[in-house]
Ligand binder design. Structure first.
Ligand code: GCU
Length: 422
């Protein structure tokens, strides 16, 4: 009997710490006390008082921390980058828009990777600003337009969209149109550029394929510990899309706003932080590793994201599993790296996994950096009511509903963009 009792106790003892790591906390009273690093104090404890010392001292050290410890560094530069407009129409979407499908080809170490960017631009404007964002299941899902080319790249299966065997088909055409208010964008004078993220790096735990593999040295099988994971690769390719957009005479290159939902919101934030050519950034429900503060440990935690998606971040990021207190940064500093450019953080009320309050506070705590540039951020740490956006240079809303991108979200983004870039 005693023997069984001891065995049972041992099993419980072994199981307990493991369980505790994976149970998400949704109770505000259990959020631990934590010290949030001050974005305006350097790692060597220097106070940043001017925008130029932010740019010269603090911004670079934060970028290099996020590079080596969080998202991972890009291991090298490209050998070649080419663009080809492979399809187009001057009368798409019932005559409202121009459509372009652009093949972007990356060459490195004699290997190539291509992705297709779909563009809709308002017909009435010569050089339009636009929203650039990845989609989850192929360009052809964003609209019913029969001319959108279906990607041959690997996709996550999605039963409700009829995606089986990791293959995209006609069946899912237009199925995600509710996430892309294209007509509203066009009517407001904005275009849309979208890319299927699976063409850059398939969203699975395999480093032998996708963008990473182009950069390997002889015999290398995976990135080094301080090198990029999936999010780093997706973010980097947004900048390659920007390389094209910056030279497209039909695009206003000073008005490219990078957007992303969820994991792709994490990628949009990181791209916007690193690449100052992006005029603004929109994070839709980006959560852990995106806009949400890690040190709150509310909803998804660093350990959970690294366990469920061990290929999204750098290997180094795993050091902070259940050790968020050791992180010398938090995600408000990722947001601050976007300053002084407009930034919109949005949450959904039922999306507790992404920690709406942590996303809001992150925008609030990034505000001192915006103030340094004379820009208005989030004025108070009181969360606004649902469906009551705060729209300054830093904007925030929490809407009713679940983890998604809705018409309501886009109405806010478009209104804010028009005001910010007028
Ligand atoms: C998972 C993951 C989140 C991510 C989300 C998504 O829920 O845990 O971090 O944001 O997928 O991309 O939809």
């Amino acid at each position: 009997m005693l023997k069984y009792y001891l065995l049972f106790t041992c099993i419980i003892l072994v199981l307990q710490p493991m369980d505790a790591q994976f149970v998400a906390n949704y109770d505000e009273s259990k959020v631990p006390e934590f010290d949030l690093p001050d974005p305006l104090t350097t790692f060597s404890k220097k106070q940043i008082q001017t925008s130029s010392s932010w740019n010269e001292l603090r911004r670079p050290e934060l970028i290099s921390f996020f590079e080596s410890q969080v998202f991972g560094k890009v291991p090298g530069t490209l050998d070649a980058l080419t663009f080809e407009v492979i399809e187009g129409s001057n009368s798409a979407l019932g005559g409202l828009a121009k459509r372009r499908q652009v093949k972007v080809t990356i060459t490195k170490n004699s290997k190539t990777l291509s992705f297709l960017m779909l563009l809709y631009l308002p017909k009435k404007i010569d050089r339009a600003p636009l929203f650039l964002g990845y989609n989850f299941h192929g360009n052809h899902t964003v609209n019913k337009d029969p001319d959108i080319i279906i990607s041959k790249a690997w996709s996550l299966n999605n039963e409700s969209m009829g995606i089986n065997n990791h293959t995209l088909t006609e069946e899912s055409r237009g199925m995600r149109s509710s996430r892309w208010a294209i007509t509203k964008m066009i009517e407001a004078g904005y275009g849309l550029a979208t890319i299927y993220y699976g063409e850059i790096d398939p969203d699975k735990n395999d480093f032998t394929d996708g963008l990473h593999s182009l950069f390997y040295t002889e015999g290398q099988k995976r990135p080094a510990k301080d090198e990029w994971g999936g999010i780093g690769a997706w973010a980097w390719a947004l900048s390659r899309a920007m390389d094209y957009l910056a030279n497209d005479m039909e695009v206003d290159k000073s008005g490219v706003i990078v957007f992303g939902h969820s994991r792709l919101g994490k990628a949009a934030l990181w791209a916007g932080a690193m690449d100052e050519r992006f005029a603004g950034v929109i994070s839709n429900d980006s959560g852990c590793g995106g806009a949400a503060l890690s040190k709150r440990k509310f909803g998804e935690t660093v350990a959970q994201i690294n366990n469920n998606f061990p290929y999204w971040f750098s290997e180094n990021f795993k050091k902070y599993n259940n050790a968020e207190e050791n992180l010398a940064v938090d995600q408000h500093e990722l947001l601050a790296l976007i300053a002084p450019r407009p930034l919109y953080v949005a949450s959904a009320q039922e999306d507790e996994w992404a920690d709406p309050k942590g996303e809001f506070l992150s925008a609030y705590y990034a505000t001192p950096v915006y103030s340094l540039f004379g820009k208005t951020g989030i004025p108070s740490n009181e969360m606004p009511n649902v469906n009551s956006p705060i729209q300054n240079t830093v904007a925030y809303h929490i809407r009713t509903g679940k983890h998604d991108v809705t018409e309501y979200d886009w109405e806010q983004y478009i209104k804010w963009a028009v005001e910010q870039f007028d």
